[in-house]
Design a protein around this ligand. Structure first.
Ligand code: FES
Length: 167
């Protein structure tokens, strides 16, 4: 009789233990399901270290499916207080690399120091301002924040807000 009762207690504890472990594992699995994937979390922002860039270099990065052009201006390029992104006293052009006419990707023609759209011949200067139609609007400035020598795309920092307020 005592053996039977001992068995029952043992099975009771074992069953309770399994249920507790199962419950914890279920909670862990549910949490994993609810948490955003690392790629989704990272998709919100893109950090670009500007320190390795040379004067006159155009860097292209992809952000939220769009090409972003980052041009480190040379001392001979005109400055544009209304559009330049100034990082540690260096002026950059930071624009979405999509033509504002019909969305083609313009090329940077370094010998002419302008962006030319092959689709219909639109031209933008090194600031992204229209030099030749058909586009009627300048290249768009993407949301950014400056953090030291790093550009954080996707964050609306004070410099971005100031530029877009002036535009
Ligand atoms: S899409 Fe660029 S000029 Fe038409």
């Amino acid at each position: 009789m005592a053996v039977e009762e001992g068995r029952r207690k043992f099975f009771g504890f074992a069953l309770g233990g399994f249920a507790a472990v199962g419950g914890v594992l279920s909670l862990v699995a549910m949490k994993k399901t609810w948490d955003p994937l690392p790629s989704v979390q990272a998709a919100g922002f893109l950090t670009v270290d500007l320190s390795p860039m040379n004067e006159g270099e155009l860097r292209k990065v992809k952000f939220r499916g769009m090409p972003i052009f980052i041009l480190k201006k040379t001392s001979s390029m005109k400055k544009n207080d209304a559009r330049d992104v100034v990082v540690e006293d260096v002026n950059y052009t930071v624009v979405v690399g999509l033509c504002t006419h019909l969305g083609c990707i313009p090329d940077w023609i370094s010998s002419k120091q302008y962006f030319k759209c092959a689709c219909h011949g639109g031209i933008f200067d090194s600031d992204g301002m229209v030099l030749a139609s058909p586009p009627s609007k300048p290249l768009q400035i993407p949301p950014f924040e400056i953090n030291g020598n790093t550009l954080v795309l996707g964050k609306e920092g004070p410099e971005y807000k100031q530029l877009t307020a002036e535009a």
